[in-house]
Write a protein that binds this ligand. Structure first.
Ligand code: AGP
Length: 599
């Protein structure tokens, strides 16, 4: 979704803003712009449709100089991608500029009201009303004007505002959309996410909902809507630039796939202590007291929940229900006795997951967040949080966040296990090195992708956890290679999907559940009989599929319930190589954003 940056300090703002916007490219965008206040107190705006290279060129041709500025990458929601709809938006006199991330739900009413007050609009966006409203309330006090404006906005926003009359100050605010302030010497920055700040500082302040901050080069003052001062802790980010850079890899996605052994190890290290499995305070008692688990999330996070439902039910005999967050928030929820809800979100900023969290809290259901971003909205609002230790995930397609979510969920299963927990723990400890073994053999997958990337129809099938990974595998492939891919429970084959199978189909059969090998073998024979090519993903030493499969990719042997951590790496690599072979950019797939902060 949209990205916001802002800089105020002793340097020229525009190169810093452009560089910072580059670090937000991963969020997805279709236009970009900056606004800088010049030394002569003039507001200079440059904005353009398309990639950041277009904006670079525009700024080269028409430079802007000044020590205070804001920037934006836009992901179109209201109004097509165009120069005019790009941010920053300004008031009529072009003295106030605003960048906005989120959706102003009452923009139509505000627009009519402003038009009745002779305001003319330049764009079709919901965001432009903010600039005009600030101007309407402005009488020399920018902070007050922003506070009064915010009181009239419904919906979600992170905004950064500059005004030509105040070249030494920037005002920012947020509600339901992330905003982080980076604290430096003689300069301060603001951004929607941490990566743009890292080349300047690792000391950050996360704004909370309805906070408004006045930022100068030397100071940050945070207020509530009534103008009362607030304190927000300065936090030190542990990870560094290297974690947010490609470090010689062609793409972030490949780097993040290859980082999985380390991310898994770090995630385990946070849970495995000498005294056994350790969880944040209160979480162990919460989980052990749960009689029913409800798991929710979106996309890949939902798939992690689905895997967990099979694993937890099997080892802990606790009923687990998994519901997509965008569905759960609109479902009549019947609260069950002893119910605990686990919300999974890499970013911790997904709009549907946040809305679901708030609904659950209103119902009085205890909430436990599983997220990767310290200080994110979901972690701040949930009753308890467990952090995955994946490090920053930049590529839109989630990889290491998913496997670390799985690992955390498996540690929960081990904690609740009725028996064999020592064997489960041993299997978990082996997963990082087994993931590395698989990655060391990634050329096999690359070669297979080279022979199949032009397939127009790819089906993934499996049973139990293999079905959940089929869903995740199909999502990965469609996201970045734009191949039509579907997943189904293998037992459903004869209930419909087989009608689509022909010689142009690749069927990927995930076969890691020993009690179901024979059933899977029959399913593979059925698709082969219709001319499909069959790739089987199974464990080393399994020979059930030797005569049926066209190709077999073998996984190091682990506990069958934990196979998803390994089998999904095959699908991630397959999707990655197909994407590259098709000439796509896997890091920035079309139409997609890294974190979906609007509904
Ligand atoms: C994953 O590859 C997708 N980009 C997407 O499904 C993602 O997992 C989903 O939007 C949820 O995001 P979250 O984990 O940040 O909440």
């Amino acid at each position: 979704m949209c990205g916001i940056v802002g800089y105020i300090g002793d340097k020229n703002a525009s190169p810093i803003l452009l560089e910072a916007l580059r670090k937000l490219e991963y969020r997805g965008y279709d236009s970009a712009g900056i606004a800088v206040i010049s030394a002569k107190k003039k507001l200079l705006v440059r904005k353009i449709k398309g990639r950041l290279s277009n904006l670079d060129l525009l700024v080269q041709q028409n430079p802007v100089e000044g020590n205070c500025g804001i920037g934006h990458t836009r992901w179109a929601t209201h109004g097509e991608p165009s120069d005019l709809n790009s941010h920053p938006h300004t008031d009529v006199s072009q003295s106030i500029a605003v960048v906005h991330n989120g959706i102003i739900e009452n923009h139509a009413q505000l627009r009519s009201w402003l038009e009745r007050h002779q305001v003319s609009f330049a764009s079709q966006t919901d965001s432009e009303v903010i600039a005009h409203l600030i101007d309407f309330h402005y009488n020399g006090d920018l902070l007050l004007a922003v506070r009064e404006t915010i009181k009239r906005l419904e919906g979600s926003y992170a905004i950064a505002v500059v005004c030509s009359e105040h070249p030494q100050m920037m005002v920012v605010a947020r509600k339901d959309s992330p905003l982080v302030i980076g604290r430096c010497e003689h300069a301060n920055l603001v951004a929607s996410d941490v990566p743009p700040l890292l080349s300047h500082t690792r000391d950050v302040q996360y704004l909370e909902d309805l906070d408004v901050a006045v930022i100068t080069s030397e100071d940050v003052q945070i207020y509530n809507l009534d103008g009362e001062r607030l304190e927000r802790e300065v936090q030190h980010i542990e990870w560094d630039m290297e974690a947010a850079e490609k470090c010689g890899f062609e793409h972030f996605m490949l780097k993040e796939i290859c980082e999985q052994p380390k991310a898994l190890k770090d995630t385990l290290r946070a849970r495995f202590k000498e005294e056994g499995l350790v969880f944040p305070q209160g979480v162990e008692a919460l989980l052990k007291g749960a009689k029913h688990l409800l798991i929710t999330g979106c996309g890949t996070a939902y798939h992690a929940g689905m895997v967990a439902s099979y694993v937890i039910e099997q080892v802990a005999s606790i009923p687990v229900e998994v519901v997509i967050a965008s569905e759960l928030r609109y479902r009549p929820l019947i609260k069950k006795e002893g119910e605990v809800c686990l919300l999974i979100s890499q970013s911790g900023e997904t709009a549907d997951t946040i809305a679901t969290l708030r609904m659950l809290k209103e119902l009085g259901i205890p909430t436990l967040a599983l997220t990767n971003v310290i200080g994110c909205t979901i972690s701040r609002e949930a009753d308890w949080t467990i952090y995955t230790q994946a490090g920053p995930e930049i590529a839109v397609a989630s990889t290491k966040a998913f496997t670390t979510q799985l690992l955390c969920l498996f540690t929960i299963a081990a904690l609740l296990a009725k028996q064999d927990s020592a064997a489960l723990l041993q299997a978990l400890e082996n997963l990082p090195s087994q993931a590395q073994l698989l990655l060391d053999r990634q050329e096999d997958i690359q070669r297979f992708a080279a022979s199949q990337f032009n397939k127009t129809k790819v089906f993934f099938m499996g049973r139990l956890v293999d079905f959940a990974i089929s869903l995740e595998s199909a999502l990965k492939l469609k996201e970045i290679s734009y191949t039509h891919s579907e997943a189904f429970a293998a037992g459903e084959l004869k209930h419909g999907p087989i009608a689509l199978v022909d010689t142009s189909t690749l069927v990927v059969a995930l076969c890691t559940q020993p009690t179901l090998y024979a059933k899977m073998d029959s399913n593979i024979k059925e698709v082969k009989a219709r001319g499909a090519t069959a790739l089987v993903i199974t464990f080393e030493h399994v020979h059930t599929f030797d005569d049926t499969a066209d190709t077999i990719i073998r996984l190091p042997q682990t506990h069958p319930l934990f196979s998803p951590v390994l089998s999904v790496i095959v699908s991630q690599l397959y999707a990655y190589y197909c994407s590259v072979l098709k000439g796509n950019d896997p890091d920035k797939p079309r139409n997609l954003a890294k974190s979906v902060t609007v509904e």
